[in-house]
Design a protein around this ligand. Structure first.
Ligand code: 5GP
Ligand code: MG
Ligand code: MG
Length: 187
């Protein structure tokens, strides 16, 4: 069955997404163009996979690309107080500019934990590049590190959105647009 019939409203079309990703790539390139080494792009799995793929192809710098996945809600915490990471970086971030790339920032818990983790590992700076920002739902303010900067695609209204990497129960990530599910599809 075609997933389009599950969507109540499209918020951003593929063209709008592509145009905005291009603008973000220009901003990131301009900010980091004189840095050597170039930053490490850290995609937060799984939701950021399409955004990362689109973004990095529009940044003409010798960046590195890696992925990280935090378990459960936020990073979760084990008894050690360390964030619970189920997929870790391959790249050593010490002395590097880290750019955490997210699909959407909601409460801010996930990114806040990941920023702290990058800081504790000795990143030279930690920036965030999120495609969507639901700032009305923020619970934790993001404390960027060093000269880190906050790059954001669009302010997102307070809907649960799917598509362009974002899921509901692991579905709809492959929608090429971002939309809102019909209410009867939840639950
Ligand atoms: P936070 O820790 O900021 O509350 O949430 C971060 C993660 O929750 C996001 O990276 C995303 O995976 C998920 N999330 C938050 N809001 C939405 C939403 O509207 N739709 C979807 N599909 N996932 C969301
Ligand atoms: Mg995410
Ligand atoms: Mg999800």
């Amino acid at each position: 069955m075609n997933m389009d019939s599950h969507i109540e409203q499209i918020l951003w079309t593929p063209e709008q997404i592509s145009d905005r990703v291009s603008e973000l790539a220009v901003q990131v390139t301009e900010y980091f163009k004189d840095e050597d080494p170039s930053p490490v792009i850290i995609g937060v799995a799984t939701g950021a996979f399409l955004f990362v793929a689109d973004l990095v192809r529009k940044i003409p710098l010798p960046i590195a690309v890696d992925f990280i996945r935090s378990d459960s809600y936020g990073c979760g915490t084990q008894s050690t107080g360390e964030p619970s990471i189920s997929l870790d970086l391959k790249i050593d971030i010490r002395g590097r500019h880290a750019i955490l790339v997210e699909d959407i920032v909601d409460t801010g818990h996930t990114l806040s934990c990941l920023i702290d983790l990058m800081k504790s590992r000795g990143a030279l700076s930690v920036s965030v590049c999120t495609f969507l920002n639901k700032s009305v739902r923020r619970k934790v303010q993001l404390q960027l590190v060093g000269d880190g900067k906050f790059f954001c695609g669009f302010e997102c209204p307070d809907y649960f959105v799917v598509g362009y990497g974002m899921d509901y129960a692991e579905k709809y990530r492959n929608l090429p647009y971002i939309g809102v599910l019909k209410p009867e599809l939840y639950g």
